[in-house]
Design a protein around this ligand. Structure first.
Ligand SMILES: [Fe+2]
Ligand SMILES: [Fe+2]
Length: 302
């Protein structure tokens, strides 16, 4: 990826390396929500995956990525990025236009085998459509990674992708590579190192400053247009410490608990649809343009 940020700040050759690492850690969908429509990733022949030390097996680039992420995602950093971006005063752009804009994000992945950004969005959405999921959920699949345009605006990889986690309270030990939090200045701040930190029990995730990245950004862009279930999918799709590891129960409110099955319902479409055939963007465009018009205005604020 060619951005203004320096190379040592950008250890990944491709953002897909992080997504591949999710798949190594979670090779099968969680058995939680009874989503009878889903045909993704369920293999009844497969037994429970045996325990593996994913951290030890991770590529050095992925390890370095998480080292930077855990070191620099402080409570203050998150609040500053929210201030910088969430006025949504950068540009006005339609949803399809944003997908094409994001597609300029070319990195060092292999164009023959790896998916482009647009292809990943279409593939996720197309699998949702094939499974007969609701139209708003197909659209949620189409927009879910548009927040990665942060990379085009010079944000380093560690501030765009990777597992997200609450800041301003103790880091859950189950977060991947949690030992790297030792280098995070917040680890030295006693006010941030209690279970609740700056939050109240059951305050709800909306009140929590979760590490900054493409999830929060696309949630904010779409907040007025999609139903709450779709918004939760957008906002928390990388919050693996919550939806796959079950951490931070004490911060949740009833709304978050009601949304969790939907976040889990979405996850397999994001993770396990990647290796199939490449979607044909030209052919699919009219369907998506119409679906976008159903929910979004022509131009959206970014
Ligand atoms: Fe994502
Ligand atoms: Fe994705």
């Amino acid at each position: 990826m060619k951005t203004a940020t320096s190379a040592e700040n950008q250890p990944l050759q491709s953002l897909d390396e992080v997504e591949d690492f999710y798949k190594q850690r979670y090779p099968e969908p969680i058995a939680a929500p009874a989503d009878k429509k889903s045909t993704v990733g369920h293999d009844p022949e497969k037994k429970q995956s045996e325990f593996r030390n994913y951290e030890a097996d991770a590529r050095p680039t992925v390890r370095e990525f998480y080292r930077l992420n855990h070191q620099f995602q402080t409570h203050e950093f998150v609040r500053a990025k929210k201030k910088e971006y969430l006025g949504l005063n950068r540009m006005k752009m339609g949803i399809w236009e944003a997908a094409e804009y994001l597609n300029q994000l070319v990195d060092d992945s292999d164009p023959d085998t790896d998916m482009s950004q647009l292809e990943h969005l279409l593939q996720t959405a197309e699998q949702l459509r094939r499974d007969g999921q609701p139209r708003w959920m197909v659209l949620t699949g189409f927009v879910h990674d548009l927040g990665k345009i942060l990379c085009l605006w010079g944000e380093p990889q560690w501030a765009v992708v990777g597992d997200t986690f609450p800041t301003g309270c103790a880091f859950a030990p189950k977060i991947v590579f949690s030992r790297f939090f030792e280098a995070n200045p917040d680890s030295q701040n006693p006010a941030y190192q209690t279970r609740l930190g700056v939050y109240k029990q059951g305050c709800g995730l909306d009140a929590v400053d979760i590490s900054w990245g493409h999830d929060e950004y696309i949630y904010q862009v779409c907040k007025d247009y999609l139903p709450p279930e779709g918004l939760a999918m957008l906002r928390f799709h990388s919050f693996y410490p919550w939806h796959r590891e079950g951490c931070y129960d004490y911060l949740l409110n009833d709304h978050d608990r009601a949304m969790l099955p939907w976040v889990l319902r979405f996850n397999p479409y994001d993770l396990y649809t990647k290796s199939h055939e490449k979607p044909d963007a030209v052919k699919l465009r009219p369907y998506y343009e119409e679906l976008i018009r159903e929910y979004f205005p022509d131009k959206v604020r970014w």
